[in-house]
Design a protein around this ligand. Sequence first.
Ligand SMILES: *Cc1c(COP(=O)(O)O)cnc(C)c1O
Length: 444
Amino acid sequence: MKNIAGKTIDEWTGAHPVIGEMMKAEEVFWVNPAYGPVGEAETGLSIDDMKDAEARLRRFAPYIATVFPETEPSGGIIESPLKEIPEMKKWLEQEAGVRIPGQLMLKCDSHLPISGSVKARGGIYEVLKHAEDLALGHGLLNESDDYSVLAEPRFLEFFSRYSITVGSTGNLGLSIGIMSAKMGFRVTVHMSSDAKEWKKNMLREKGVNVVEHPDDYSKAVEEGRRQSEADPDDHFVDDENSKTLFFGYSVAAMRLKKQLEEQGIEIGEERPLFVYLPCGVGGGPGGIAFGLKQVFGDHVHCFFAEPTHAPCMLLGLVTGKHDKVSVQDFGLDNKTDADGLAVGRPSGFVGNVMERLLAGSFTVGDERLYRLLAKMSELEGIRLEPSALAGVPGAVHVAESGFEAAFRPGMKDRMDHAVHIAWATGGGMVPDDVMESYIERGRE
Ligand SMILES: *Cc1c(COP(=O)(O)O)cnc(C)c1O
């Protein structure tokens, strides 16, 4: 029998029946047995790094406002709206025949400025941090300067001596490509076979070197890494291991707290928060979830959502083997239209961090993603790409499973005040004709 990280398939499914369901590409809901108080989770990461990232993004704000005028209204801070989606909530309740206690909101990272996906958090942050390191290191910049000077030709010339490389299923490539090209870096994006044609074209138009790979995401990353290592002036953005990306994402939590407060919502003992995050390799949802646990402590419960054909993080967590297992090991094909989530092997770094912080996880089939996509457009007028819908069924799972009764005795009475947030991770850049075909498919 084939051996997967020390056990046969039968041994794995015997110990964890959910793996058997996942191998049939069924939709599953999993509550993390290791989920515990945030104070007991040993992540080896510090909240100071998160604050450092937040401060860095503030230093760069005058520059961002200068080179991306669409960010002027927010003073160069790249942030997205938080919206209540009551019609969608009603529809979900009818469909599932279950009442969702509390309110349902959508965090519209789909409409983040510059690159229209959650990658505008981590990806752009990593390029900015690299640029700052270089400029500070060469004595061209001080932290106390007005960073809008970085838009001057002398900086474009300086950064053009350096290059940046990344491997991506699409959206990370867009964020890294757009930001790097804007600053003057030479930039190469290694795209996996599932990356959409329009994403490659858009990057090429911006002067980005796009390398296409016939294989999946992991191969594109591997090839990018290999080529980067040969060049000392190249910076490789490591989607699987980068702490910089991770902390860039984590800043979302501090911003979310402020947005909730502006809407008169205070999370605490009486008002628990549930957040549902679409997960690919894990950096984005992991960084955000880590940040949320630092900011809201035990009052927030984070769940990851993955495609039924690519549940890499969930397999890593259930087996405890993280990046030592892949979806292919368990007979899954990693084929999904949720291209942002088409990842066969999770980040080991993120898997380890999430072991005790994550409340649970669930999988979603492509047909459901399309159906939700069409409904979100029809009922709320919000247009998302398939990946971005993955978190939406989360509130139904929590309502159906009695999660709160089993894991937080006493919380049941407070569920009527609960806030559920589905994190909509992308869609803002999708061309109209592509979006129409998504909606059409969802209507069928
Ligand atoms: C990248 C991406 C995610 C997941 O982020 P990871 O860091 O890969 O886990 C989710 N949704 C969309 C649209 C994405 O592009």
